[in-house]
Design a protein around this ligand. Structure first.
Ligand code: MG
Length: 403
């Protein structure tokens, strides 16, 4: 699209309503209710602040809401640049106040948007911008009506079925040439009309051509308490998942013996691992990895080597304990991955049994359990068969939003 360099789009966010249909709340009118942890209007403003073609934003608020608005804009990048003016008794009066507030801003066009439509998306803004570039004076985003429409009488009986062909549900931001809509609004005020429910109606009344632009099904107006609850659920679903990764490392010394226990599986061998417990380096490393996902210290904090009760203990009790701590903290174990570093014995023949053991101990599916092995190419303490090392990684998802 060829960007017309002398286009400057001002934004009016209409937020002066009291929103009685959404019920009363300690958080204030519906535009200040919190969805996804932030006021509705904060989400709406963030969308316009992020759009590169926004030249100026004015928010029209109720005089009683000044403190609420300051809170709502406080965590917006660029929020300090938003102009604020007070609205009037009707929506029409509030929009006119917003239009007048933009009079010195040098804007050529204006988008007039409901504060309670927080799901306005950039694709829709761009479709409107395309209309501006094409020279349209008035642009109305709208969705074709899909429900069958009935006209009823006062007794609650259907009078007729209204053909829905050519019918559209109006959305915002309704967008206009700035001088044209100012003139139409001032003329409407002059003639004593103050009951227009949207700005396209005023443009139509003034004889301006209003072009339909494809709206967005997501660009809904939050009107009722139920709408606010649904918007909150939608944002919470798309919140940042709290995924945490922990790692662990352990080494035990090899001494003469008859076998080693790795990942809970005993493998006959001409050496044994030295340690206070069964010296299962793999499960020790994984225990540390799990504890790390919820800041719960390390294996030594929970099972001090100085404590005689852990002498010869099977290391699965350490891992089970760590899994319990993670789950108590609200975590769901997604993945456990262990790399064994050993010159001997051969791990390959036991890998499947090891994975099945992890799956059983952690109570997670087999495909979430991984065991890998490598030699140390005969170098270093592992290469000289003086010890076996293990590295483990655990991935855990915690309930709630990471922000
Ligand atoms: Mg250890």
């Amino acid at each position: 699209m060829q960007q017309c360099t002398n286009t400057a789009i001002g934004i009016i966010i209409v937020a002066a309503g009291r929103g009685e249909r959404a019920g009363s709340s300690v958080e204030g009118p519906k535009q200040y209710r919190r969805i996804g942890g932030k006021p509705v209007i904060t989400h709406t403003l963030a969308r316009f602040l992020a759009w590169p073609k926004t030249a100026r934003i004015v928010t029209v608020i109720h005089p009683d809401d000044a403190a609420l608005f300051e809170i709502a804009r406080s965590d917006l990048v660029g929020g300090e640049n938003i102009l604020v003016c007070f609205g009037g008794a009707t929506r029409q009066q509030s929009v006119l106040a917003g239009l007048r507030a933009l009079s010195n801003g040098g804007v050529t066009h204006v988008m007039i948007h409901d504060a309670v439509r927080p799901f306005i998306d950039e694709d829709l803004l761009e479709r409107i911008a395309t209309g501006i570039e094409a020279g349209d004076t008035c642009l109305l985003p709208a969705m074709p009506v899909t429900d069958t429409l009935k006209r009823g009488d006062t007794a609650g009986l259907v009078v007729e079925t209204v053909p829905r062909a050519g019918l559209f549900a109006a959305q915002t931001p309704q967008t206009f040439s700035y001088p044209a809509i100012v003139k139409a609004h001032e003329a409407a005020k002059e003639s004593g009309r103050d009951n227009f429910t949207d700005d396209a109606s005023i443009a139509e009344w003034a004889g301006l051509a209003v072009r339909l632009v494809e709206g967005s099904p997501d660009n809904v107006k939050l009107t009722l308490q139920k709408d606010i609850a649904m918007a909150d659920a939608k944002l919470t679903r798309t919140a940042l998942p709290d995924v945490r990764t922990g790692n662990g490392y352990d080494v035990h010394q090899l001494v003469p013996g008859d076998g080693v226990t790795l990942c809970g599986i005993f493998i006959p061998h001409d050496q044994a691992l030295k340690g206070h417990s069964d010296a299962d380096v793999a499960l020790h490393a994984l225990t540390d990895a799990l504890l790390a996902t919820c800041g719960a210290g390390d294996i030594g904090d929970h099972f001090p080597p100085s404590d005689p009760q852990w002498k010869g203990a099977p290391s699965r009790i350490f891992l089970e304990h760590a899994a319990r701590i993670v789950r108590k903290a609200g975590g769901t174990i997604m993945n456990a991955d262990i790399s064994l570093i050993a010159e001997a014995p051969k791990i390959g023949p036991h890998r499947q049994a090891m994975r099945e053991k992890l799956s059983e101990i952690l109570a997670i599916s087999l495909d979430r359990c991984s065991v890998k092995a490598t030699t140390n190419e005969t170098i270093g303490f592992v290469g000289r068969r003086e010890g076996i090392a293990a590295i483990a990684t655990a991935t855990v998802v915690f309930a709630g939003d990471a922000r």
